[in-house]
Design a protein around this ligand. Structure first.
Ligand code: DGL
Length: 268
């Protein structure tokens, strides 16, 4: 069994952890939420790069055999530096515009992501790989992450703000929407309410976990097991609220794992 670190600016990466527990329940996990500093999406590139590296080093120092940067923003700004510093597999998350380009029928794809992700060089490079006949409408989801962090994903406020952000995508006639931030799968219900059932929603958590599986299987110490591993939730803000949100937002049966939580103390 491996110890896998899953890191996000807050509760968004729980959408990835949920999928990881479904596909790889036998491993042990540390979920690290930097909720005291969320949202990352409105911070500078340098700040995101430095902070993400500090937190991934913390996970590596605490015995993680592999790390998932379960945050599109941190992946865009920091994965290169993290891979250069740490000698363990690092799996990142990026907006699924490639699968979206393959799934769209009318060639119009909306991407909802953070400001920092949309502005990043990594995202620009990703866009450059798309076929020319694929038209991408980029939209920042500013303000949505704080609402999700506050447990208001299903609120009227979230619905209203989402309606404003999705209007340009709807007006452009997109038939496919990329959820380019790991917090946004928790808005699925609100998105369906606003856009209906016919739009295709693209979320990459399944592909990310399949990539994690390949990486973990390549680690020598991993022996197959039928058991369910442990999950430790660590928050830089409030560990009991992180645990409560995990129980609320995730579909996995957390009770079948041994779970614990703690506050992130001072780290260098
Ligand atoms: N969940 C994150 C992402 O995938 C970060 C959101 C934020 O903190 O702004 O981009």
């Amino acid at each position: 069994m491996a110890l896998i670190g899953v890191f996000d600016s807050g509760v968004g990466g729980l959408s990835i952890l949920d999928e990881a527990l479904r596909q790889l329940p036998q491993h042990d996990y540390i979920y690290l939420a930097d909720s005291a500093n969320a949202p990352y999406g409105e911070k500078s590139s340098d700040w995101i790069a430095v902070r993400s590296l500090v937190l991934c080093k913390y996970l590596a120092n605490n015995g993680c055999d592999a790390i998932v940067i379960a945050c599109n923003t941190a992946t865009a700004e920091a994965i290169k530096h993290i891979r250069a510093e740490l000698d363990i597999p690092i799996v990142g998350v990026e907006p699924g515009i490639k699968p979206a380009a393959m799934q769209t029928q009318n060639g119009i794809v909306g991407v909802l992501a953070t400001e920092a992700t949309l502005k990043s060089d990594k995202f620009r490079a990703l866009l450059a790989t798309l076929p020319e006949n694929c038209h991408v409408i980029k939209q920042s989801g500013a303000g949505l992450v704080p609402l999700i962090e506050a447990g208001k994903a299903d609120s009227e406020d979230a619905l209203e703000l989402l309606g404003q952000h999705l209007a340009p995508i709807l007006d452009a006639g997109a038939d496919t929407l990329v959820l380019g931030c790991t917090h946004y799968p928790f808005l699925r219900k609100a998105i369906r309410k606003l856009l209906g059932d016919s739009i295709t929603l693209v979320d990459t958590s399944d592909a990310v976990v399949r990539q994690l599986k390949r990486q973990v299987e390549s680690l020598h110490q991993v022996t197959p097991s039928q058991d369910r591993g442990t999950v430790m939730f660590i928050s830089s803000k409030d560990e009991s609220s992180l645990l409560a949100m995990a129980k609320d937002l995730m579909f996995s049966d957390l009770q079948s794992h041994s779970i614990s939580s703690k506050q992130l103390g001072e780290i260098a």
